[in-house]
Design a protein around this ligand. Structure first.
Ligand SMILES: [Zn+2]
Length: 353
């Protein structure tokens, strides 16, 4: 399907022509760094640069590997709409994936076109981080409002991780497996993901009733002989109310520390408990890039069209809707700033006369 000279060409693809100019320092950008690099304590810019370079290298080689071995193609559905495979369309999407980049770094590009982000946020680490940064900004704003206006509130935030290991039967780490076996794994994994989602939907009504807001993210982490599926949750609630459980047989439950909103919101960004709870929930599974390629391919097929991120109550807005939300907000703020500047200029002119 993918023509052979393209395969030969992508073997030579190197992401060159760009230079990291600066590391972003806004709170949401710092948060995105933590989510994707997995280094909570890192503060030095050189470290962030080198880690980002290496994750970008992992990402490009993983995309290449998947395409060359034809285990997964980034847009197989849209590239062959009328039953015909459109090579040009496919190559464009491939390049967008390949050149996807983190938002927390500023680049200088020499002569290459800058591509739009690939927006595969359940796989691409940079688009994953983009969504996380939006979430951070949104929830931080909520907490600030709550903390400022109801200083005596007892509201707390809690994190919870429900994890379950799923075995890939007969998977051989050195021999790997063939396309037929990947299909079997996809089926198993999709069933498991559905089970997690079903368990979550069952407690969703109670979440709406008992908490002020909640977030839920399902993550698949490939391992040596299978996958670990994690349902990670974030709650904003009254400590006296019992949290509804996500009941999955054989799953391990781990609680992250919980912390009071009214004291936590005023702390500096990277030292607040909220930062760490949310960072733990939004940690990017790097094993998708470093683990066995067959297991990653099975995950990509299994998670197709599944909603892995959802929220209730105050945190109802998640994922891409947050992107739109902030785009509009930023545009409004910019317009207000411009208007103010203009008004000032007009009044300055009026003062002259
Ligand atoms: Zn991307």
């Amino acid at each position: 399907m993918v023509c052979s000279d393209f395969v030969a060409r992508i073997q030579r693809y190197v992401p060159h022509g760009w230079k990291i100019v600066k590391v972003g320092s806004r709170a949401a950008q710092v948060f995105a760094q933590h989510c994707v690099l997995g280094k909570i304590a890192t503060k030095r810019n050189t470290k962030v640069r080198s880690l980002s370079r290496s994750i970008r290298h992992l990402w490009t080689s993983r995309v290449k590997e998947l395409v060359v071995q034809q285990l997964w193609l980034p847009n197989i559905k849209t590239a062959s709409v009328a039953g015909e495979f459109d090579q040009r369309k496919f190559e464009l999407t491939f390049r967008r994936c390949f050149f996807c980049r983190p938002t927390y770094l500023y680049y200088f590009w020499k002569d290459q076109r800058v591509f739009r982000p690939c927006s595969r946020d359940s796989f691409c680490p940079f688009c994953f981080a983009r969504i996380c940064a939006g979430q951070y900004r949104y929830i931080k704003g909520l907490l600030r409002d709550i903390g400022r206006h109801k200083a005596d509130t007892k509201l707390v935030m809690t994190g919870r991780i429900v994890s379950r290991f799923v075995l890939a039967p007969g998977f051989h780490p050195t021999l790997g497996c063939d396309a037929k076996q990947i299909k079997v794994y996809t089926k198993i994994l999709r069933g498991e993901l559905r089970r997690h989602q079903h368990a979550y939907t069952k407690c969703q009504k109670r979440l709406q009733r008992n908490t002020l807001g909640s977030l839920c993210r399902t993550v698949v982490i490939p391992q040596d002989t299978g996958w670990c599926i994690e349902t990670r949750q974030f709650f904003l609630h009254n400590p006296r109310i019992k949290l509804p459980a996500v009941k999955i047989p054989g799953a391990k439950v781990r609680y992250l520390q919980h912390s009071n909103v009214s004291t936590d919101y005023a702390k500096p960004e990277a030292s607040s408990d909220f930062f760490f709870i949310l960072a733990e929930i939004n940690k990017y599974p790097q094993e998708l890039l470093t683990g066995y390629v067959e297991l990653t391919a099975a995950y990509l097929h299994a998670s197709h069209n599944l909603r892995l991120l959802s929220g209730t109550g105050l945190c109802r807005k998640t994922g891409r809707s947050l992107g739109k939300h902030f785009k509009k907000k930023d545009a409004d703020a910019r317009a207000a700033r411009e208007a103010k500047k203009e008004a000032r200029a007009v009044s300055a002119v009026a003062d002259l006369f």
